[in-house]
Design a protein around this ligand. Structure first.
Ligand code: C5P
Length: 402
């Protein structure tokens, strides 16, 4: 319920993408938001106010002369208890209106009349040529300069049959952006690199050694860091999870590949924070077979030999210009004692401890944070909530001299 108690004024303008806003309206409701729909006349040609009223559960307004508002001022009253205005889809014409402060229908008037502190987010949706048109680009630059947040657009196939920039973001992406707009930008512009998931160490071409890490905690931290304004790169072992929106994901299999990918990223761009969440295999099979191992008799068993993998976290922490390093420790007992000891051993400013078999694959977890001044417990919660708390804790420590 990330938007519990929030009221979103959802403005629809003319565009085929209106059909996707039915989905967004439901999604906003599912995360706790109250949705007040306002439509331009053009929008009502693409989707009916009846549909939008049924999905939002609230009266839909389309007309600035609507007498159902007691003082007959819908352009004022509809935004006074709102937490954000979202215009989706936002047409070329509506961007023009916003850029020029037009007030010739309810939605445009309501935007101009919004309280100065009320965030306005727009999701452009238009043909590629309309998007690229210099007049549109001038207007987009103007509304950005005026503090309006422009979500997308994305590139791809368009309803008109052409291809390029101008597609509206998908409803789940818009929801992610809207949720993020309410988060403090405590990592604004910072580069955050993470490892997540298990590693997979081959025994032969069809078998390997892995572990029960699902990647959920690391992916949740990647998303939380992005919500806090960071530029996020996620080096991930094999997982079934979708890449978090707007996060760059580098897929690896083995610990060595994970190590190499992390080092390459550090070469490519200076990172401010490194969070090692992955459950990295300590050992790889030194005598992995090129061909599938065959069962030759009832008694023979393969003799596997092991070699130690590089410790990625320790290697990064030991670099001369190391980012702020956060390690994880999955223990099965004595968390307070082992966690504090592991922080010192890995030489990192912050170590996050959890009980491995209480968290692997689950949606919930509880964390203990170890730093130079002791430990702090983050009580049991879903992983996304914990990720947000952890990112806030990292941001606080990053702001201090370290
Ligand atoms: O020593 P241990 O495996 O318990 O340390 C866990 C921490 O170190 C985690 O943050 C994990 O991602 C990281 N790690 C690593 N490379 C390894 C082993 C662990 O980065 N080879």
């Amino acid at each position: 319920m990330r938007l519990a108690g929030k009221k979103i004024v959802l403005g629809l303008t003319g565009g085929v993408a209106c059909y996707k806003i039915a989905e967004l309206t439901r999604a906003l409701g599912k995360v706790g938001a109250t949705v007040q729909v306002v439509m331009t006349d053009a929008a009502t040609h693409f989707i009916t106010p009846v549909t939008m009223q049924a999905l939002s559960g609230n009266t839909v307004y389309t007309d600035q002369w609507d007498a159902r508002i007691h003082n007959n001022m819908p352009h004022i009253d509809l935004t006074r208890d709102a937490d954000a205005i979202v215009i989706a889809p936002c047409s070329t014409d509506f961007i023009y209106k916003l850029a020029h402060g037009a007030c010739n229908d309810l939605l445009s008037t309501l935007c101009v009349a919004r309280p100065a502190h009320l965030p306005l987010l727009v999701a452009p949706a238009m043909n590629v040529e309309m998007w690229q048109n210099p007049a549109t680009q001038r207007n987009v630059a103007q509304i950005r300069a005026d503090g309006i947040q422009v979500l997308g657009p994305a590139a791809g196939d368009q309803a008109c049959g052409e291809t390029g920039m101008g597609r509206m973001l998908e409803p789940d992406q818009l929801l992610t952006e809207i949720i993020a707009s309410f988060q403090a930008k405590s990592l604004s512009g910072k580069h955050v690199l993470l490892t997540a998931g298990p590693t997979f160490e081959p025994i032969d071409p069809v078998r390997g050694i892995t572990n029960l890490s699902s990647g959920k905690m690391g992916y949740a931290i990647a998303r939380a860091a992005w919500e806090a304004g960071a530029i996020v790169t996620l080096v991930s072992g094999p997982t079934a999870l979708d890449t978090p929106y707007d996060v760059r994901r580098i897929q690896v299999q083995t610990a060595q590949q994970m190590h190499d990918a992390v080092m390459a990223q550090l070469q490519l761009h200076k990172q401010d924070v490194f969070v090692a969440v992955a459950a990295v295999a300590d050992w790889r099979v030194a005598n992995a077979s090129e061909q599938k191992l065959k069962k030759t008799s009832d008694t023979d068993t393969p003799q596997l030999q092991f070699a130690q993998n590089p410790d990625i976290l320790a290697a990064v922490a030991a670099m001369p210009d190391a980012p702020y390093c956060v390690g994880f420790a999955a223990e099965s007992e004595n968390l307070l004692q082992y966690g504090a000891a592991k922080r010192l051993k890995k030489n990192v400013p912050l170590l996050v401890g959890n009980i491995g078999h209480h968290t692997f694959g689950r949606d919930e977890n509880e964390l203990v944070l170890f730093d130079a001044s002791g430990h702090t417990a983050l009580p049991r919660a879903d992983k996304q909530t914990l990720a947000l708390q952890l990112v806030a804790e990292i941001s606080l420590r990053l702001a201090l001299p370290h």
